[in-house]
Design a binder for this molecule. Structure first.
Ligand SMILES: NC(=O)c1ccc[n+]([C@@H]2O[C@H](COP(=O)([O-])OP(=O)(O)OC[C@H]3O[C@@H](n4cnc5c(N)ncnc54)[C@H](O)[C@@H]3O)[C@@H](O)[C@H]2O)c1
Length: 141
């Protein structure tokens, strides 16, 4: 299932992602910027989370429990909390295992062409759909 950030916030509010220790969801988060890494650290307290990025240095730092971005809470959560969090470059593997894929990839504005570049998000959607074993999964965009 592919889910939008706003929907994720609603689901978190409703407690949907906070199951007990024996029945965790597996969640892939695409993009470890401010949005993705916040979501990944929060959700990995109660779920198995794969944080996917295309930058090897970011993946390496996160797996050493160091934040690639400056953020007090992310830094503290990575250092102090018990998180079921694995950063990876292997997007296909992460998406194939995931019950949910949260997309936090860039949508940069191109002022010259006056449009938002959504190519990274589209790449993730295509890869996630191709990798999902469950053909009945409902994608949310
Ligand atoms: N930052 C905000 O306050 C905010 C608020 C609302 C919505 N958003 C949206 O959320 C998204 C993420 O924002 P951000 O600020 O975290 O961005 P960011 O640029 O800080 O991080 C994006 C991350 O995605 C990675 N990435 C690029 N292509 C990828 C791919 N194909 N697969 C996996 N990872 C990939 C980049 O390496 C980077 O680490 C954007 O679309 C943004 O518009 C951001």
């Amino acid at each position: 299932m592919i889910i939008k950030y706003e929907q994720l916030r609603m689901q978190c509010k409703k407690g949907v992602f906070f199951m007990n220790e024996t029945s965790k969801y597996t969640i892939a988060v695409a993009g470890t910027g401010y949005v993705g890494l916040s979501v990944a650290t929060l959700l990995s307290q109660n779920n198995k989370v794969y944080a996917v990025d295309i930058v090897p240095e970011k993946v390496e730092l996160i797996n050493k429990r160091k934040s690639p971005i400056q953020d007090e809470y992310i830094e503290r959560y990575l250092a102090e909390k018990e998180l079921d969090l694995t950063a990876t470059l292997d997007a296909e593997s992460a998406y194939s295992k995931a019950d949910f894929v949260v997309i936090a990839a860039p949508t940069n504005y191109d002022s010259k062409r006056n449009y938002f570049d959504t190519s990274a998000v589209e790449t993730v959607i295509d890869l996630a759909k191709d990798s999902q074993n469950d053909t009945n999964a409902t994608p949310f965009f």
